[in-house]
Each structure stands twice: as C-alpha cells, then as structure tokens.
Design a protein around this ligand. Structure first.
Ligand code: HDE
Length: 696
C-alpha cells in the first residue's frame, strides 16, 4: 500500500510550511533585513531594547522546550495506513473494522519507557507501541506495548513502579536502566511483576528493530456489535519481518556507536520504500466463557495463550511516510487509551480503568492546556462540534451565540446523536457491589504464567534470560534484595532460580516453584518468521578488490532487498584491480560491526593487507562472530577471518560453518551469495560455539 494521499495527509498539508524561496520575516510577517547582528549603539556598544526582532527570536528560543513525557519520553513516529482483510462486523460495529473498503490513516509512535528523551534506543526496556487511527467516526487510539502483560495489576501502583525504575533520586543514576536497587527492590516486594519481568529479561526487551517487534493492546477490551452484543477482545500486531532481538553485549555497544539505532532504522526503511508492515490480530472470547480459565481475564499480568485462543489476522498496517517535523508530529502527538469509537469499549481491568484518567491529565501539563486536540497531528478527520470553548492556545473560531446545551437559540445544536446514527453509547454492563479497596482473589496467582514463559523458551533464550538476571542483579548493591529476587523466582522455576543464584552468589530454595501449566510455543521468538529482506550488510574491501565479485554481490543483495554499505580503511575512493573506483560509505573509524546484520569480506590480496593494517578490521569481524551474525569471505578475504580468530586455517575450497561461509576461490556465482543471504535470513546463528572454527 503506497497511497500516502489520505484524508489525514490532506488535512496536515494545510499546516505544512516550506521556506523554500521565501523571505525571512518576524512572527508578525515583517520582512527582516539583518539576522546576523543585534541592534547596537555603535558596533562595540550595548544592544538596545528596541530590537524587537532580537527579542522575539530569543524569547521564542527560550520557550522551545516542553516537559518530556513522564514515561515513554523517548519515541519515534511515522505515518501509515490500515487496511482490513476481513470484516469483523459480527463482533464490532466499529466501521474501520467492519467495512473492508475503508483504508484508515494512522500515526504510530514507538518508544522506550524509562529513559529520558535523549537516552539511547537500545536499552533493556519495554517498547511502547501506540497507534492513532484517524477513523471516520473519530480517533481511535490503541496504546499498547511490545509485551502482552504488565508489571502491576492496579493503576494506583503505577507511580510507585515508575519511581522504582526511573533513575534514583539522590543522583539521577542510572539513566534508562532497570539495573539498580530500587527497581529490583520493587520487583522483589511486588511479586505480581514476576511474569512481566520474565519478558523484560528476555530478548523482547532488546528489539533489533521497531519493525521486528510484536505489539499488544495488553488489556482485555470489548467489541460491541450493532445488536449490542459484547465479546471480549485482545489486540495484537504481528510484524511481517518476524520478531528479532539484538544480543545484550551488542545493545550496550550500539548505545554508544549509534544511540539512534532504532529510529534511524525505521526512518531509513521508510525512506528506502521498505514500508514496515504489521498485521492486526484479535483474540476473541465469548462473554459466557469469561470464567473458563485458570487466570482472570481482567488481570493485565496475564496473557491469553495463542494456542488456546488463536490470534485471528484481520488486517494490516503499513508505515509509509516519515514525519516532516519531529516536534510538531512525534513530540506533540497525544495518545489516550480512552479515545474510542462505537463498537469498542472497556472492561473493568483495574489497570485500564486508571489509565483512563492519566492520559488526558498528563497532556494538560505536557501540551499546556485543554486544546491539544487541535494540534494538527491530534486533529480527528471526523468533524468536531461541541460546546467546549476557550482555554490556552484555542485555534477554532466558534461562531454563534450559544455554547451550552440545551439551548433554544440555536435549535439545540450541536445535536446529540442516537446510537443508530453513530452516537457512542457505553456498554450497559451490570455491576453491583460494595465500595472496597481490595483486589480480587482471582488475581493472586503471580507465578504460573511466568513459569509458562520460562518453559516455552528455547535453550538459548533461557540462557539469555539467566544472563540478564545476573547482569541486572550484579548491579544491585543490596545483597538482601538480590537474595529476595532469587527467592521470588524460585517460585517460577527451580532451574531458573538456581542459575541466577549461581551467578550472583545467592542461594535458591528448592521445592517452592509452581508446577508449569501450559507451554506456549508462540512466546518464543524462535518460532517467528525469518527473512533477510531489509537487513544491513557491511561489505569490507580495499585497493585491488575484484569489481566483478563486488558488483555481482551487490546485485544479489539488492534483489533480496538487503542494504549494503561498503566499509574500507578510509572513505576515500578505492580502486579495484581493473581500475574501477568505488566510494565507501563507511570507514573502519565510522563503522562498527554492531550496526550491521552481517559482514562480507571481499577478496584481493592488496585490499585485505590494507584492511589488516588497521587492527579495527579484525575486531570488526570477530565481534560479528561473537554476536552470531552471518559472515562470508572470498579469496584473500578469508585471511582476515583467520587473523580475527574466527576460523583457524583453511584447507578446503568452500566451507559453511554455522553462518560463516568461506571460499578460497575468487567467485562471483549466485549459489554462494544465496547461501550467504540464507544465512542472513536466520537472523543469528545461536548454535555457534564462540571459538575459532578448526577447518582442517
Ligand atoms: Fe502508559 N502512560 N500508563 N501504559 N503508555 C503514558 O501518557 C499510564 C500502560 C503506553 O507514544 C503517559 O501521553 C498509567 C500500559 C504507551 O505518546 C501516561 C498506567 C501500557 C505510552 C501513562 C500505564 C501503556 C504511554 C505518559 C498504569 C500498554 C506512550 C505520556 C495504569 C498497554 C504514548 C502520555 C506515546 C504513555 C500512564 C500503563 C502504554 C503518564 C497510569 C499497561 C505506549 O499518561
């Protein structure tokens, strides 16, 4: 879907401004003669108040910043569209989910949670996955995360939880990291977080790309059809590129080499026309089946296993346009889990209920008043008419004498709308009970699904989880907290607790773990789609490279939608054996293997010597090897792999070793490139032993 010319885009066009060919003016439209000097009494004298241009420019600058989001401060947005594959009219009267001819414009913002606006992208954290659908019936916001459960069950605990994960108050350390005492103190004293912690310690918290993560609405919502019948529903986003993560060592290095790693990846993919696609899935549950599970469907620390309640794929979101202005769009977009359309409603999930208050409240502070829905990115495409008036930054010029209901002077306009014509009616759920500060007993089991998660992981995912615990707890100063965490996770799985304990000098208790109930293969990232498309390869070469080889390689990579960057000793043009010049995009100084999915070392004796003369070249390859990435080397290029300690010696013509492909012959044949591309599609070669491969 490439059509970017949606109703929303046309609306935004009326606000877009370009300065191309225009005269410089003040905010009053006055043309400015001089923007280089302030008005002074003689060139070396004092600046004078009269310089209204200087005052206006400086005042505006002084007021440029707005408060960052209290959570999800760092994020990145893009425009897109939603198309519906099959009608859900049987379950919901929401038009954009019932009529397959409608394409709905949307804006998405991905984010990390704990870090400040300037923190790096690749930290261990949950990712926000917020989608604003501009539907004909008003804005519908699906404000989700890339994990299907949450840390707490009741919204009243959200400020406590966030205080615990944010940097510690005395010194604002550590930035964008949960590896500190207050976070783990909270986890160990609030065991409802156990299931979510399993997700956060897994690779799900280290996405390779925003384009390669799932999204979840988390809460149970309701669908209401036109007969007023309700079904429970959970929302999912499934990325077409599969679900893939970085490895921990890599994320820490990327955080320094390119703190914008994930946003750059999304931006570039859209600029290159590799539009990210996510399919919308729903799990639907009949009202009468509400109590048929060993968990409470109102408890946001529980998921609905896909094997029990299959995810039905019903549509697709395509992100096809980058923003023109980060602040105007990504920073000012205001999501609200309470922005609904007819056909979708809430449940009594106590986490969801509390969110309904928080989102408007926080925008009032962040965007400075009640008119933030008039900011272009937040404006619905549906017409807005009501009796709300005035306030900070009001844009609309409301005509007419009345701003109240009921009125006789304006014939009661704007008029109320019956549900049959699209008026929103809340689902008339019957509720009764005593007012009470308490939680349902059905929320008490904190460990069964955490255990299900652990037992559904592949061995490599399990060891990554163990390492994550060991890293995080290794940064916790308090021994009591460390021990308490092990005690809590002893209740999830004995082997997990034992392995954590071993790494941090704590003891695990035997015989207290819950009995694992179900296994859910869908929880493992290993079960997800694999493709090499849109991956990024470093092609290392130097003087005397073989042009035919490199051209053939680049052709095959492009055909598979893989991006290649030439990495050489410097970025000065490099001359091939036949005299052709190639301009490297990166040098050994600017590039790092952690910024690529795979490495290819080209042949040519002189070029390989040139690369070898810089120690960074062997480090580059060695690191790609340690991070389980596909590596290929041709001809003399193999020497670089030997020097890097990736392979020990070469004696065979062609060798394939778990994602390392070498051939001593200078080749240009498709079969070799195809094997390399297949190796890239694997994402990582987890079975690789991190020792040089003995070839002979
Ligand atoms: Fe949020 N959350 N949240 N949250 N949340 C915010 O709203 C809050 C929760 C999520 O890209 C804030 O506009 C409470 C769950 C995303 O702009 C704030 C509770 C889920 C984003 C807020 C939760 C989310 C936010 C801060 C517990 C997944 C970023 C700025 C009851 C389903 C949206 C803002 C964007 C942002 C409150 C829990 C997702 C303070 C009180 C669960 C993706 O209102």
């Amino acid at each position: 879907m490439n059509d970017k010319d949606t109703v929303k885009q046309k609306q935004l066009d009326t606000y877009r401004v370009t300065d191309k060919g225009e005269a410089l003016t003040t905010n009053q439209g006055l043309r400015v003669e001089d923007d280089e000097h302030s008005l002074k009494v003689s060139p070396r004298g004092p600046t004078i108040m009269e310089d209204f241009h200087f005052r206006e420019k400086m005042t505006h600058f002084d007021h440029e910043r707005i408060p960052e989001r209290v959570v999800h401060a760092r994020g990145f947005g893009a425009h897109g569209e939603f198309e519906l594959y099959e009608s859900l009219a049987e379950y919901t009267k929401a038009k954009f989910l019932a009529d397959t001819s409608i394409r709905t414009p949307l804006f998405v913002r991905f984010s990390t949670v704990a870090g400040s606006r300037g923190s790096s992208d690749t930290v261990r954290d949950v990712r926000g996955f917020a989608v604003k659908f501009y539907t004909e019936e008003g804005n519908y916001d699906l404000v989700g995360n890339n994990m299907p459960v949450f840390f707490i069950q009741d919204a009243v605990k959200f400020p406590d939880f966030i205080h615990a994960v944010k940097p510690e108050p005395p010194n604002e350390i550590p930035q964008a990291s949960s590896a500190h005492d207050t976070f783990w103190d909270f986890v160990s004293t609030n065991t409802e977080s156990a299931h979510m912690i399993m997700w956060v310690m897994s690779g799900r918290a280290l996405p390779r790309s925003f384009r390669m993560m799932e999204g979840f609405g988390v809460h149970t919502f309701r669908f209401i059809n036109e007969h007023g019948k309700s079904h429970f529903v959970k929302f999912h986003w499934k990325p077409k590129l599969g679900v893939h993560s970085l490895v921990w060592d890599e994320t820490q290095k990327v955080a320094g080499k390119d703190p914008d790693f994930n946003r750059r990846d999304l931006w570039n993919a859209i600029e290159q026309g590799n539009y990210p696609e996510f399919e919308l899935g729903v799990q639907i549950l009949k009202e009468e089946d509400e109590f048929n599970f060993d968990f409470d469907i109102l408890d946001a620390t529980k998921l609905w296993p896909e094997e029990i309640l299959p995810v039905r794929i019903v549509g697709k979101m395509t992100l096809n346009r980058n923003t023109d202005n980060f602040f105007a769009e990504t920073e000012q977009v205001a999501f609200h889990v309470g922005n609904l359309v007819p056909g979708i409603d809430f449940t009594n999930d106590p986490l969801l209920q509390g969110r309904l208050f928080s989102y408007t409240d926080t925008q009032l502070l962040r965007l400075g008043g009640p008119n933030f829905s008039e900011i272009p990115i937040n404006r619905p495409i549906a017409p807005v008419h009501n009796n709300q008036r005035d306030g900070m930054h009001r844009m609309t010029i409301n005509q007419g004498q009345t701003s109240y209901h009921k009125n006789s002077l304006a014939n009661n306009d704007p008029a109320q709308v019956p549900p049959s014509e699209g008026g929103y009616r809340h689902y008339e759920e019957k509720v009764e009970g005593r007012k009470i500060k308490a939680r349902s007993n059905s929320f008490e089991d904190h460990f069964s699904q955490a255990s299900m998660f652990w037992h559904s992981m592949s061995p490599i995912e399990q060891s990554q989880i163990v390492d994550a615990f060991r890293f995080e707890l290794g940064k916790v100063m308090s021994k009591e907290i460390r021990q308490r965490v092990v005690d809590v996770f002893s209740q999830v799985a004995e082997d997990l607790a034992e392995r954590i304990a071993e790494g941090i000098g704590a003891t695990s208790t035997k015989g207290v773990a819950v009995t694992p109930t179900a296994i859910s293969p869908a929880l493992s990232m290993m079960t997800k789609a694999k493709t090499a498309a849109t991956r990024k390869v470093a092609v290392m070469l130097g003087t005397g490279y073989h042009a035919a080889e490199v051209q053939a390689l680049l052709k095959e990579l492009t055909a598979s939608k893989i991006t290649a960057e030439i990495v050489s000793k410097t970025i000065a043009p490099v001359k091939g054996a036949d005299g052709t010049l190639i301009e490297p995009q990166q040098s050994l100084l600017t590039a790092a293997s952690v910024l690529y999915d795979a490495v290819y070392v080209s042949g040519g004796a002189q070029g390989v010597d040139e690369l070898l003369s810089d120690i960074a070249s062997t480090g580059f390859v060695r690191e790609a090897f340690q991070h389980y990435k596909a590596i290929a080397a041709v001809g003399d290029g193999v020497r670089l792999l030997i020097s890097a300690g990736v392979v020990q010696a070469v004696g065979e013509k062609d060798t394939q070793l778990n994602g390392v492909l070498i051939t001593e012959e200078q080749r240009t044949d498709k079969a070799f490139y195809k094997s390399f591309i297949d190796a890239i599609a694997q994402h990582r070669h987890w079975d690789r032993i991190i020792q040089p491969y003995p070839i002979k």
